[in-house]
Design a protein around this ligand. Structure first.
Ligand SMILES: Cc1cc2nc3c(=O)[nH]c(=O)nc-3n(C[C@H](O)[C@H](O)[C@H](O)COP(=O)(O)OP(=O)(O)OC[C@H]3O[C@@H](n4cnc5c(N)ncnc54)[C@H](O)[C@@H]3O)c2cc1C
Length: 476
């Protein structure tokens, strides 16, 4: 058999370039048909308006790319456990290929499908692609998974080999499409309509405001822009200031795999370094890529993180979970300017600056005494880059319920404003009611001209709540 038919199943790797399973598949056959399934059991990919927009536009671009290569992208919806064998049979596939999923649900699903395909004598190709290295390949001296970032980072950095991070460029592929008679199958005929229907239902108003951009071409532009405009050289200074254009906005692209992590890593290691400041900045950025890696490794080794705190004592914490407070936090209506600016950025653009994610998370948990899982869920309802591992990691870090050894970390929203938005530019952009208020009043939390603007009084007093939180914490 010269060119056995292969069904290539896209999941979080929505690209052609440097896609490990696709590269392996191409070495076997040119008769490749690709498939994306809106997996009913994994709505995380599309149950936020921002992610539905990002995903469907990435698929639209990918579909065109596949047509240009002479083949096609089939779109379907339902349960992969039924659909993968069914579609493989329709197209007479001898192989089904995918890149490994690493979340608890994905691992279970993929194993079940692999077993079914084995029974049908269909071969499976599954490759590691989503991270720099497989979580099983990094461990402590005694063979256990790392629980603390510092040593994890040092170990992984020293162990990364050329093979782990080599980037493969695909050029000039000519693929073999399905036969006309196969395409007459009703299931396949409905394919285009499924994407169209999905796109028509999208109702994300933040498309222009969202700094993350869908598709493989846009991901590459974001990377080039970040590296070539030398934003990366100033990252160490600018990354903490939400009013500055200081970060890469690649989180959506990494979430959906419209760019490979290996390419990002390689490009950042091959930059010309002019001085120590640049060197430190690049390393700081690479460290963030390792945080992503760390949280994915943690979830892989400790799947229980998905459903609750790593530190068991937090299960007994007497959360107050006041619905009114949670709603005001969610809507950016707390009367605490930095919190409101950040939550409005999230609501309106589907993205929030990292510094602000930490500030609003600390505030929800330690000032409003709401269970961090409420915030985790809210973020996943809105974030364009909403990702189980990174989001859970970020929330557990902020709540002090995770692996991080520092037990209690409380951010003062006003001190954070003074440090990271000293001119209140970020606040005034997202909370225009405050545009005429003197910066000193915003920073001190003492907006005396409050009657002249339609802005609420602070929902709580940070100092009082902080003491209250500490007293509750002492009980556990
Ligand atoms: C409470 C909370 C929730 C978060 N939820 C998510 C989430 O759902 N999805 C998500 O991708 N990130 C999440 N983060 C991490 C971080 O805020 C975003 O990755 C970052 O803001 C994305 O912007 P950027 O692409 O411009 O990042 P850059 O600063 O340019 O960083 C480059 C890449 O490194 C990774 N990265 C950066 N910081 C972190 C971090 N602290 N943890 C893990 N990975 C990181 C991202 O993939 C990012 O695209 C969360 C952080 C917190 C505190």
């Amino acid at each position: 058999m010269k060119s056995p038919r292969v069904l290539f199943w896209y999941r979080k790797d929505l690209r052609i370039q440097d896609n490990n399973a696709l590269i392996k598949t191409l070495s076997i056959s040119k008769a490749i048909t690709s498939l994306y399934i809106f997996d009913r059991n994994y709505p995380l990919d599309f149950n936020a308006k921002s992610r539905a927009w990002f995903l469907s536009n990435s698929l639209k671009e990918l579909s065109k790319t596949w047509e240009g290569l002479g083949s096609r992208l089939i779109i379907d919806e339902g349960e992969p456990i039924n659909l993968i064998p069914e579609i493989a049979k329709i197209i007479n596939a001898k192989f089904v290929a995918w890149n490994k999923g690493l979340e608890p649900y994905e691992i279970k699903r993929d194993l079940q499908i692999k077993n079914i395909l084995n029974e049908l004598n269909i071969n499976v190709i599954d490759c590691m692609d989503h991270l720099l290295v497989h979580p099983n390949s990094v461990s402590t001296g005694d063979g256990n998974p790392y629980k603390v970032f510092g040593p994890f980072y040092k170990n992984l950095e020293s162990k990364l080999t050329y093979a782990d991070v080599q980037t493969e460029v695909i050029t000039k592929i000519k693929l073999l499409d399905l036969k006309q008679e196969t395409l007459k199958n009703t299931r396949l005929e409905l394919s285009n309509k499924k994407l169209e229907k999905f796109i028509n239902e999208i109702n994300f108003a933040g498309q222009k405001m969202c700094p993350c951009k869908p598709g493989e071409a846009a991901a590459n532009n974001l990377l080039e822009n970040f590296l070539k405009s030398h934003k990366i050289n100033d990252y160490e200074n600018s990354r903490d200031f939400p009013s500055q254009d200081g970060t890469s906005y690649l989180s959506g692209s990494l979430r959906f795999g419209t760019i490979s992590i290996r390419k990002i890593w390689n490009k950042s290691t091959n930059l010309e370094i002019e001085n120590k400041k640049h060197f430190l900045s690049i390393r700081t950025w690479q460290k963030e890529l390792f945080w992503r890696e760390f949280y994915h490794h943690c979830l892989f080794h400790f799947p229980e993180l998905e459903s609750g705190p790593y530190r068991q004592k937090w299960k007994e914490f007497p959360w107050q979970n006041k619905p009114e407070w949670f709603n005001r936090w969610s809507n950016g209506d707390t009367g605490i300017p930095i919190i409101d600016a950040a939550m409005r950025q999230l609501n309106q653009s589907g993205w929030m600056h990292n510094r602000c994610r930490m500030i609003v998370a600390s505030f929800l948990v330690k000032d409003l005494i709401c269970n961090w899982q409420m915030g985790e869920k809210k973020f996943l309802e809105l974030l364009v880059d909403g990702d189980l591992a990174a989001n859970n990691g970020g929330w557990q870090w902020s709540a002090s319920s995770g692996m991080d050894p520092k037990p209690l970390r409380i951010f003062n929203p006003y001190t954070q404003t003074k440090k990271f938005d000293p001119l209140c530019e970020y606040i005034k952009f997202w909370v225009p009611e405050l545009s005429k208020i003197p910066n000193s009043q915003i920073i001190n939390g003492d907006i005396t001209s409050i009657e002249s603007v339609s802005y609420p009084k602070p929902l709580i007093d940070h100092n009082i709540q902080q003491r209250f939180f500490k007293s509750l914490y002492a009980e556990i």
